[in-house]
Design a protein around this ligand. Structure first.
Ligand SMILES: *[C@@H]1O[C@H](CO)[C@@H](O)[C@H](O)[C@H]1NC(C)=O
Ligand SMILES: *[C@@H]1O[C@H](CO)[C@@H](O)[C@H](O)[C@H]1NC(C)=O
Ligand SMILES: *[C@@H]1O[C@H](CO)[C@@H](O)[C@H](O)[C@H]1NC(C)=O
Ligand SMILES: *[C@@H]1O[C@H](CO)[C@@H](O)[C@H](O)[C@H]1NC(C)=O
Ligand SMILES: *[C@@H]1O[C@H](CO)[C@@H](O)[C@H](O)[C@H]1NC(C)=O
Ligand SMILES: *[C@@H]1O[C@H](CO)[C@@H](O)[C@H](O)[C@H]1NC(C)=O
Ligand SMILES: [Cu+2]
Length: 395
């Protein structure tokens, strides 16, 4: 290693030593994987962290108890294994949702997938996208900790750091401390998938074939050791007797990686564009157009079904990244941005087929959201990061 390498390593270790000198043996493990965070993105992240820390002290959220949500690539293997264990634990627990709502609900994870299906046409391409998913993430983080003894907090998938090749991330490296890799390759063609429930009959989106298409074969959620039941919902042909895939359909977890949706797309450049958005309208459009769809499309198959996407356990890390980008944007000016909202009350403002005559209208922060299991918070409850029981910061 040349002199500059030593200096950078020393810097990282010195910073670590400063924090951990009393906590036992120090391992100076530099970040050697992926594309380093560029200084312009880091400036936004630093401002967000500084402003959040300066805002603490009210409502029981303090610098002492604030939870740190970290990159999956920056937590240790023991924490990764504990997280994966807790996901399997929820998969082995009975559901809390009334099965008369969806007979295919099998386990505690399906409670989450069910309400996401039920709310899909309200919480995507709408004003509720960000606050609804923020509370959704908090609910599963709480369930993993309180019901399954997970000791850490929700990690995020460090998407832009691995945009060139996501299989270099510990999220998708196929090891037992990852979420497994791509699905097995299955020959398949481009399809039009229909999104049920919108008043535009057979509203459809194209779904291109990727590099997999079959069952995940590696890691802790591989076929044979993990199965899913609800969905798929968005399909080339909708069965009118099971429009939302609520009947049991036990199957493996499938994936269909689309490297082209990541390389040159889910980049630090686009992440920076998002956090640098100058209005809530620009922020929401940038999140949707540059990031949200593309990150789901990258994983593909189950994760790319807009309704039943939480069937793939990596969903929660994918959305933690989106929540992080929103958090960094909010954190540039907490007073002006925490409660900023933009967007319709339904998917692209399209009326729903059970309310075809309701005209498009704009979401407000007073609107109730349906989080499932009877919890109907106002939208504004899903917006702050350090109030109302939420108390976390992205590192
Ligand atoms: C690695 O990078 C992360 C940011 O992604 C940072 O929080 C962490 O401190 C870095 N670790 C080291 C050892 O430099
Ligand atoms: C969502 O669930 C409610 C019951 O809580 C039901 O009335 C409604 O039809 C469901 N919507 C969809 C799209 O499944
Ligand atoms: C397989 O799944 C079970 C629970 O379904 C879990 O306890 C176990 O740790 C998993 N094994 C592996 C190798 O992932
Ligand atoms: C929608 O698609 C179904 C098949 O999935 C077909 O039977 C029906 O005619 C289509 N409806 C319209 C309005 O195109
Ligand atoms: C941002 O993503 C778009 C595709 O959504 C891509 O065309 C563009 O090159 C990306 N920009 C950067 C700076 O990576
Ligand atoms: C709301 O929906 C209408 C009708 O689809 C659309 O023209 C408008 O652009 C939407 N507004 C927002 C902010 O999405
Ligand atoms: Cu969603």
């Amino acid at each position: 290693m040349h002199i500059l390498g030593h200096l950078i390593l020393l810097g990282a270790c010195a910073a670590l030593l400063g924090q951990l000198v009393l906590a036992g043996p120090v391992r100076c493990k530099p970040n050697t994987t992926g594309i380093p965070m560029p200084s312009d993105f880091k400036r936004y992240q630093d401002t967000y962290q500084k402003n959040i820390k300066a805002s603490l002290g009210t409502q029981g959220c303090t610098s002492k108890n604030i939870a740190a949500r970290k990159s999956w690539d920056e937590i240790d293997d023991a924490t990764r294994l504990d997280y994966i264990r807790a996901v399997h634990c929820l998969a082995a627990k009975p559901p809390k949702t009334d099965r008369s709502l969806a007979s295919g609900i099998v386990n505690r994870l399906d409670d989450f997938t069910y309400i996401h299906i039920n709310q899909t046409n309200i919480i995507h391409q709408s004003g509720y996208l960000l606050p609804w998913h923020r509370l959704f993430l908090w609910q599963i983080e709480t369930a993993l900790r309180d019901e399954c003894g997970y000791k850490g907090y929700l990690p995020y998938w460090d998407v832009p750091r691995f945009s060139d090749d996501q299989t270099k991330s510990k999220v998708f490296d196929g090891s037992m401390t990852s979420f497994g890799g791509d699905g097995a390759f299955v020959q398949h063609a481009l399809e039009q998938i229909i999104l049920p429930g919108l008043v535009i009959a057979n509203f459809s989106l194209p779904r291109a074939p990727g590099t997999g298409g079959g069952c995940v074969t590696t890691g802790p959620f591989a076929a044979g050791n993990f199965s899913i039941s609800l969905g798929p919902v968005a399909k080339p042909v909708i069965d009118p007797t099971d429009k939302y895939g609520y009947r049991a359909n036990p199957r493996c977890l499938g994936r269909d990686f689309h490297p082209g949706s990541s390389k040159g797309v889910l980049t630090w450049g686009n992440a920076t564009t998002i956090v640098a958005s100058d209005s809530i309208k620009a922020l929401r459009n940038n999140v949707e157009d540059l990031w949200h769809l593309n990150s789901h499309t990258f994983v593909g198959l189950e994760a790319a079904d807009p309704f039943s996407t939480p069937n793939d356990p990596v969903f929660y890390l994918l959305h933690a990244q989106i929540d992080r980008l929103w958090a960094i944007w909010q954190g540039q000016d907490l007073a002006q941005r925490t409660f900023a909202i933009d967007g319709n009350r339904t998917f692209l403002g399209i009326p729903l087929d059970y309310a075809p005559n309701v005209p498009p209208s704009l979401a407000t922060i007073e609107d109730p959201m349906d989080m499932g299991l009877g919890w109907r918070p106002k939208t504004k409850e899903g917006m702050p990061m350090t109030e109302g029981g939420r108390c976390y910061i992205y590192e």
